[in-house]
Design a protein. Structure first.
Length: 121
């Protein structure tokens, strides 16, 4: 079975756009080091025309304390656009206050590559 790429990032500090941490797969997929993205806004990799939509999505996740699933475009450092299915989940402290959002991403082009491999076997 082919390996799947799973991107994980945590957003902290209201309004929850600032990356707190990322996993190794995230760094490899975007060809960056953790130091290049931690502490920076997720909106920096969002195409200009999609920024308002992404901002509203994250705000909705926090305001309604709900898990949201969406497909978002992301700009990679080489300028290519990647489509990623994101699952955004609020994380609460002991008092019930949302303290961060964990976002798990599944690159769609990886899925297509895996489907192509299965069809050729």
């Amino acid at each position: 079975m082919p390996e799947k790429t799973i991107l994980v990032t945590y957003y902290a500090d209201p309004p929850f756009f600032t990356r707190k941490s990322v996993n190794q797969e995230y760094c490899e997929f975007f060809n960056v080091s953790p130091e290049q993205v931690i502490g920076r806004s997720c909106l920096e990799t969002t195409p200009d025309k999609n920024r308002d939509q992404v901002q509203k999505k994250i705000e909705n996740c926090v305001e309604n304390d709900t898990v949201l699933i969406s497909i978002e475009a992301a700009i990679k450092p080489d300028g290519t656009i990647a489509l990623i299915r994101w699952v955004d989940t609020p994380v609460k402290d002991k008092t019930g206050k949302i303290i961060e959002i964990v976002a798990v991403g599944f690159p769609l082009q990886d899925r297509r590559k895996n489907q192509d491999r299965r069809q050729t076997v």
